[in-house]
Ligand binder design. Sequence first.
Ligand code: PHE
Length: 335
Amino acid sequence: EKIAEEIAQSTAANAEELEAFRMRFISRKSVIGDIFGQMKNVAPEERKEFGQKVNMLKNAAQDKFKELVEALESASDNSAAEGLDLTLPNIPHELGSVHPITKVRAEINQIFERIGFNISEGPEIEDDWHNFTALNFPPNHPAREMQDTFFLEKDPDIALRTHTSSVQVRVMENQEPPIRTLSPGRVYRNETISARAHCIFHQVEGLYIDKNVSFKDLKDTLYYFAKELFGPDTKIRLRPSYFPFTEPSAELDVSCNICGGKGCNICKYTGWVEIGGCGMVDPNVLEASGIDPDKYTGFAFGMGIERITMLKYRINDLRLFTENDVRFLRQFSSI
Ligand code: PHE
């Protein structure tokens, strides 16, 4: 009984006192253990009652121990909160900003989605067929050679895609016209890194295939796009060019929105900036993807997202996009 009272009145103000309690009442060498040891001296007919009493003591000691542990823990929580001023303002959690390339890519997607284009994506590691052969590249075309393409395997060739036209081949292989698709994505070319070129950059290519698609449709679409992205006063210009997969082909220029056409170093004092290529899909390309060139015609275009972003936000060095300098990236946090 004395021990029961002692247990009930125990307190523990710190870890040492708690340990002392444990040693005295719970450990193998505790007083309760000693009492158990006396069992053999108890008369057999009294053992049952004796055992029950000792067990009650043991349970009381364990319950009390739990109680003391909890009391001690909550006391230490409270003391940690002491001296903490909950009215102080929070340490601000800084949010990152959307990368300008991501931002412009999303904006381009939206402009084309408004006129019925869907978005298609494909692998960055491509085979020769989708990157070159299906796009009517002749066997010894210079773009296949090492100075432009990062080859991963030879015969059969596997390479990092050099343009997202490869995605459009995949769409043509899998869908029936009418096709209106936009393929944004990262592309790779073995080029020397400079203020105007990089070995990794982003493209967005468009493809429209249906009955009676004409060059005028191409021009109207690009004009609509340029005005939506750069503003209503923007003009476009198409200059004759060559691509294996389009005929006729053209380079696409937009009027320089930085100097308003008067001439500056971004447009090299010409008033125009080239942002991509375009043309009518070559019948060989349609045929290679299983589309009947007698029934359908189409146009395609491809643009560099870095170039467009530089023009839109007056950025004069393309390397800034990949350097992750927060002083550059923070400038886009509000747009
Ligand atoms: N694929 C071309 C390039 O990477 C761009 C392009 C696309 C040109 C479609 C014409 C038509 O340069």
